[in-house]
Design a protein around this ligand. Structure first.
Ligand code: SF4
Length: 459
């Protein structure tokens, strides 16, 4: 049987990255091989993101390109997965009749079944989003960790020393600007044993760093029973259990909504030894008036209180956040409060964006839209001040010795990552330093987005 070739393009968050790995593994298990060149693929999958208008535009323009590619290769099948697929459904095939399959965010595990139906029945849209959905168990297989190395393509496996493990899907928070509750559905948590089994399977294959993934991991185990006993089981319980899996050198998690951040979870940064001192805690705005309009359900003083506690439990904690500027109704005074919050917390880094209407969200119906040039000005002011602070925070590491996990050889030499999630470019590294090994490094220089270090001999 002629071997089929697939190509996956992933947009958006780490959840999408993990979903793409699962689809790639499914296809490889059915005799497909992967290509990094969509023009030679029999099956092209776009795993999409709709968190901002720009993300959706990127997908639509790539689909335009694929129309031409399909003209040259009529047997090519095009599948759109992820949040744009969930949001648009059959509208996508109406707009792009060259698309063969549209699968929603709960359908990735059934990709092969849907492809068989396309082969028999023609184009297909499957976007059921069920509240009683159970996330199937899906164990990694060794050769899938090095996805590309079986093909004739140059670059071997992406990052087999650290892996994402999805622990839940969906969100019940309905922040007024966010599409996630509509594209990923209600919160559904995976069974504890399934997660532990997946972590063990990854560790057995040499993975040392595990990142637990969910849209709001703090709510893990709240909406459905996850423990065999049926007893209540929290995210902190899961963190402790995963941290005890032998071989997990580093543990991380993302993403958390500050309103669900408990004292118990904050203490984990002190008590769970292999939990990395790095925390991404999206605040979105420094103005209580805007936080209310966003339906974030906390105030800046409550947020700051939690930051203070976190630093009491873990003084070396590196904090990052998300910020939206130009939310409908945001006035200069609101934005000044966001700038004040940045000065108070001095985040190590942040992802900041201009607000954009997302269809179906409450905020898209709000009046008082902020002019584009005002948004641009606020974003640029926020980002340049953040860059200054990131540089100042990075300089605090100069002269310290940090544990660095070796990652890969870049154009500028070997690089790694600290437990605080800082990238470190390494000077005097030898070939002996394999990816995944953890070494002591003395930080000798700091830039805005990375550090520079040299191997430090502890003896
Ligand atoms: S908590 Fe996060 S994922 Fe959930 S609705 Fe709010 S912004 Fe979206």
């Amino acid at each position: 049987m002629e071997q089929k070739i697939f190509y996956i393009k992933t947009f958006g968050c780490q959840m999408n990255e993990r979903d793409s790995e699962i689809m790639a593994q499914t296809l490889s298990g059915h005799g497909y091989i992967e290509s990094m060149n969509y023009q030679e693929a029999d099956l092209v999958i776009l795993n999409t993101c709709s968190i901002r208008a720009k993300a959706e535009q990127k997908v639509l323009s790539l689909l335009g390109y694929l129309r031409k590619a399909k003209k040259n290769r009529p047997s090519m099948k095009i599948c759109v997965a992820g949040c744009v697929a969930q949001q648009e459904g059959s509208r996508l095939i109406e707009r792009m009749p060259h698309v063969d399959l549209v699968i929603g965010t709960q359908q990735i595990y059934h990709l092969e079944k849907h492809l068989q139906r396309v082969a028999l029945e023609g184009s297909l849209v499957v976007t059921d989003l069920r509240d009683d959905y159970e996330i199937p168990q899906f164990l990694p297989e060794i050769n899938q960790l090095g996805r590309a190395f079986e093909t004739h393509l140059p670059c071997p496996s992406p990052r087999p020393w650290r892996k994402f493990v999805t622990i839940m899907q969906g969100c019940n928070n309905y922040c007024t600007y966010c599409v996630v509750p509509y594209t990923r559905g209600r919160e559904i948590s995976r069974i504890v044993n399934d997660i532990i089994e997946e972590v063990k399977a990854f560790v057995k294959e040499g993975v040392q760093e595990i990142t637990l993934l969910g849209q709001n991991v703090n709510s893990y185990g709240k909406t459905n029973a996850v423990a065999e006993t049926g007893a209540s089981y929290t995210f902190t319980d899961l963190l402790k259990e995963v941290s005890q899996v032998e071989g997990v050198a580093r543990l991380r998690f993302t993403t958390s909504n500050p309103k669900d951040l408990t004292d118990e979870l904050m203490r984990s940064f002190r008590d769970v030894k292999n939990l990395c001192p790095q925390f991404h805690l999206p605040v979105q705005s420094g103005s209580d008036r805007i936080l209310k309009r966003m339906n974030r359900k906390y105030t800046t003083s409550e947020y700051l209180e939690k930051i203070e506690k976190l630093h009491d439990y873990c003084p070396e904690l590196a904090l990052t956040t998300d910020i939206i500027v130009g939310f409908p109704g945001e006035e200069d005074r609101d934005f000044e409060e966001t700038m004040n919050l940045l000065e108070k917390v001095r985040f190590h880094g942040s992802f900041s964006f201009k607000y954009s209407d997302r269809s179906g969200t409450v905020a898209s119906t709000f009046a008082e839209k902020v002019d584009e040039e005002v948004k641009v000005a606020r974003l640029s002011r926020f980002q340049s001040r953040q860059d200054e602070i990131s540089l100042e925070r990075n300089r605090e590491y100069i002269g310290t010795v940090k544990e660095v996990m070796i990652e890969e050889r870049g154009l500028d030499g070997l690089r790694g990552r600290t437990d605080t999630n800082h990238i470190v470019h390494l000077n005097n590294c030898t070939a002996g330093h394999a990816a995944g090994t953890i070494i002591a490094v003395k930080i000798i220089h700091a830039g805005q987005h990375s550090l520079q270090g040299e191997v430090y001999n502890l003896h």
